[in-house]
Design a protein around this ligand. Structure first.
Ligand code: FPP
Length: 328
């Protein structure tokens, strides 16, 4: 088969995400064949993903060979997986997406609705994005549901939000199991109402064996506080002789943050913030060091499949260099 003539157009959604025909050679960009990359390698680690993207940028073309093992593994983990929207490429998708779900109140105000209605609509958006993430094979999704600073809001709004978290968790538990989603909460759980704390423990426990999407819900969360508690743990370990100061590396700090449970993809590839605000608001401060940032004017309740796909497409087009210079 002639590599350059028989392959299809650049960045085309490649049909069923987990097409098992072996090998399917696919054109990613319009130059000459330079490298064959196994998608198992690409997906398996941060370094190889970087390598694939870098090769893509520097050499202009990669041909991906789809193997049998990769599709079956992913199909098991993501029972609802389906074809990606036009333009998205499973090998170039972010593996870990983080979202600041902002604009619920403004969305409600513009419609003459209560704040409660805005948060309720926001929770429907979250369900939609979680479902799409499962269907598109995203590995990890981390959402900012309630910041430590949000405790300064009025009692009524806080109570509405706590009740909403509880309602959504009760409604969604069966779906988490069905969709093979593993759920974890990060943040200061002690401040949450105790029925909510118990429910969170139940949801975490019931989903702990799941192998699909890793869903992290940051609740009563502060990025600075996360770093401080990590430093305190590390300092205690040093004091007790379990660690030496030289052991305090980036990996060591990573492993003491709330996101450590996500494993080697704990640092998000893409951060999406809705509502037009362009700030981090104390979310995942350490973890976002090399994350691609996508700010969108839409209010969180208005986020839909097209907007989410647009954010992923934006990510695909980014050149991630981590401070390095391609080709050198
Ligand atoms: C920001 O909107 C949003 C929040 C403070 C709450 C986000 C919560 C949800 C989307 C519900 C999620 C449910 C679960 C179970 C996690 P805002 O009120 O700050 O809006 P504004 O920027 O317009 O004031």
């Amino acid at each position: 088969m002639s590599a350059s003539s028989s392959l299809s157009s650049p960045f085309r959604g490649h049909g069923p995400l987990f097409d098992t025909s072996i090998p399917v050679l696919r054109r990613c960009h319009g130059y000459t064949l330079s490298k064959v990359v196994n998608p198992l390698q690409v997906i398996s680690s941060e370094k190889s993903h970087f390598y694939a993207r870098r090769t893509f940028e520097v050499r202009s073309e990669i041909f991906y060979s789809h193997t049998a093992e990769h599709p079956s593994t992913l199909a098991d983990a993501y029972p609802s997986c389906r074809q990606l929207p036009h333009g998205l490429d499973s090998l170039l998708l972010p593996r870990h997406v983080a979202i600041i779900m902002d604009g619920n109140s403004r969305w409600a105000e513009r419609r003459g609705l209560s704040r409660a209605a805005g948060h309720e609509a926001g929770s429907r958006s979250l369900k939609k994005i979680v479902q799409l993430s499962c269907e598109w094979g995203i590995s990890a999704l981390t959402v900012f549901a309630f910041s430590m600073e949000n405790w300064e809001r009025g009692e009524v709004e806080i109570s509405i939000l706590m009740q909403l978290f509880q309602k959504v968790l009760i409604e969604e538990l069966d779906n988490f199991v069905k969709e093979n989603i593993q759920v974890r909460f990060i943040g200061d759980m002690q401040r949450l109402p105790s029925p909510l704390q118990s429910l969170i423990q139940k949801v975490q426990q019931k989903t702990s064996e799941n192998t699909g999407l890793k869903l992290t819900v940051a609740t009563s969360y502060s990025g600075r506080h996360d770093i401080i508690q990590a430093c305190q743990h590390i300092a205690t370990n040093v004091q007790q002789g379990k660690l030496s100061p030289q052991d305090i590396t980036e990996d060591c700090l990573d492993e003491h943050l709330g996101t450590s449970w996500i494993g080697d993809i704990r640092n998000p590839d893409l951060l999406i913030r809705t509502s037009g605000e362009q700030r981090l608001s104390n979310f995942l401060l350490w973890q976002l060091a090399y994350t691609e940032l996508f700010f969108i004017d839409a209010m969180w309740p208005d986020i839909d499949e097209n907007l989410y796909a647009g954010a992923l497409l934006y990510y695909q087009m980014r050149s991630r260099r981590y401070g390095r210079r391609p080709g050198v």
